[in-house]
Write a protein that binds this ligand. Structure first.
Ligand code: NAD
Length: 433
């Protein structure tokens, strides 16, 4: 399919807005990205990318002549064929999604005298599209179309995920609006799922819930492995080779975090509850995840007794590798719990500067974080941790305890380096021969 260049306005210069804008520009479209944060827009105009996402800076630079940045709504909308909404939808105190930024975008839209389509990229509760449609109609923007085009990219691989997605989901009220959104993706060879707006909204929430369910499932299997002497890494390999199950999202660890899974699970839970349905499985998935983050503290207690005045090094602050995102990261929960237990916490991360982590000392390297510590905890599976000289790190510690929260390291090698090693769902001591 050949590309007909379109003019795309994107509201929100965050992880999703910037990746969407860069990728649509790369497909040949002309993009204007608007944010309310003047500093962020000024930085982008100078060529500084405010987030860490592999390949994003290069893609924006390569398509610079087709990407503009502004804080001005009219400048963004002028001549636009599509208005993408990519603003945050964080949880409110009740767990419902906070849609205030979405409503701001809709209410800020000026009178538009040409055909264009509002495309919802933000993750929103089922039913939001209908409400937006109603609001557009109320405002006299009847000719403005609406489509739900949820985002499935994962931070760390977002550019590749956008350009080679497993599927593109488009839900629209009018056939022609859906057709237009599909045509905008010409050049991407992926299956397209066309559906109604409510189903598109639910596909996003259900996909995330399915992934979280797998994580909590394997984490519970890991906990039973610990109690029974099985090794969850082997178990995951063994069940993942079953084609009905598949290998992805079967890595046991200290729980999921990030800006999407925790908030989207809460939003779906509340959406169900508000509709009169008690989503028991999802409630359990969320609870298992919360407990999983805290199990590390139990492991530290077993090795060190009281944690008061003990020094613990947290290796990794981002919620996963290749991102600088610490929203809802297990590192935040762990740091908070450790400080509450009276421990001294030092942390290292190759990307996150950690300046906002109150009470946590930030170290320049894994070795510096671990020096003199009573235990190190691998919180994020940054690949550079594999190549650390663990023998010399262990020698510099007060007690060489290593809790591998991501099962990143080889237990045999780490024990040979002098550590008391504990992973997640792996035999606590050396395997019996
Ligand atoms: N981060 C991800 O990997 C990911 C993946 C899939 C879906 N999503 C969803 O996409 C949405 C955006 O997530 P994100 O991580 O990019 O958020 P983000 O917080 O990184 O970025 C949102 C941006 O929107 C801006 N904004 C707020 N109000 C605005 C307005 N009226 N006009 C223009 N800009 C405005 C904010 O200043 C911010 O820069 C959320 O609903 C999220 O759940 C995120």
């Amino acid at each position: 399919m050949s590309v007909t260049p379109s003019r795309v306005a994107i509201f929100g210069a965050g992880y999703v807005g910037l990746v969407t804008g860069a990728c649509l520009a790369d497909l040949g479209h002309s993009v204007v990205i608007r944010d309310v944060l003047a500093d962020r827009i000024e930085a982008l105009k100078r060529g500084e990318i405010p987030i860490y996402e592999p390949g994003l800076a290069e893609l924006i630079a390569a398509n610079a002549e087709r990407i503009a940045f502004t804080t001005d709504v009219r400048e963004a909308i002028d001549g636009a064929d599509f208005v993408y909404v990519a603003v945050g939808t964080p949880p409110t105190y009740s767990g419902d999604a906070d849609l205030s930024a979405v409503w701001n975008v809709i209410d800020e839209l000026p009178a538009i005298d040409r055909a264009c389509v509002v495309v919802m990229k933000s993750t929103v509760p089922v039913g939001t599209g209908s409400k937006v449609r109603h609001r557009l109609d109320e405002r006299g923007l009847v000719q403005v179309g609406y489509a739900s085009n949820p985002e499935f990219t994962a931070e760390g691989t977002a550019v590749a995920d956008f350009l080679r997605p497993d599927r593109i989901v488009v839900g629209a009220f009018r056939e022609e609006d859906g057709d237009a959104v599909v045509a905008l993706h010409a050049g991407i060879e992926s299956p397209v799922v066309r559906c109604d707006v409510a189903s598109a909204e639910m596909i996003k929430l259900a996909a995330n819930a399915a992934l979280m369910t797998r994580i909590s499932f394997i984490n519970e299997i890991a906990n039973v492995c610990e109690a029974t002497g099985a090794d969850v890494v082997r178990v995951a390999e063994g069940i993942g080779l079953d084609r009905r199950i598949g290998p992805s999202f079967l890595r046991a660890g200290i729980g999921f975090g990030g800006s999407c899974f925790p908030k989207d699970s809460l939003a779906l839970k509340q959406l169900a509850a508000n509709s009169g349905y008690h989503f028991q499985l999802l409630n359990a998935v969320i609870e298992v995840n919360e407990l999983q983050k805290r199990r590390v503290i139990g492991k530290l207690h077993r090795h060190l007794g009281s944690l008061r005045d003990r020094r613990v090094a947290l290796l990794g602050l981002a919620f996963k590798p290749d991102t600088d995102d610490t929203r809802e990261a297990p590192s935040i929960v762990l740091a908070g719990r450790l400080l509450a237990e009276g421990a001294e916490v030092r942390a290292w991360d190759p990307i996150v500067d950690g300046h906002d982590l109150y009470g946590v000392e930030i170290a320049a390297s894994p070795a510096a974080a671990a020096a003199g510590a009573d235990a190190v905890v691998i919180v994020t599976e940054w690949p550079e941790l594999i190549d650390v000289d663990w023998a010399s790190v262990g020698a510099s510690m007060r007690t060489p305890v290593l809790i591998d929260g991501r099962n990143l390291l080889d237990p045999v090698l780490i024990r040979a380096a002098g550590f008391q090693y504990e992973g997640i769902g792996r035999a606590a001591g050396p395997p019996e021969d």
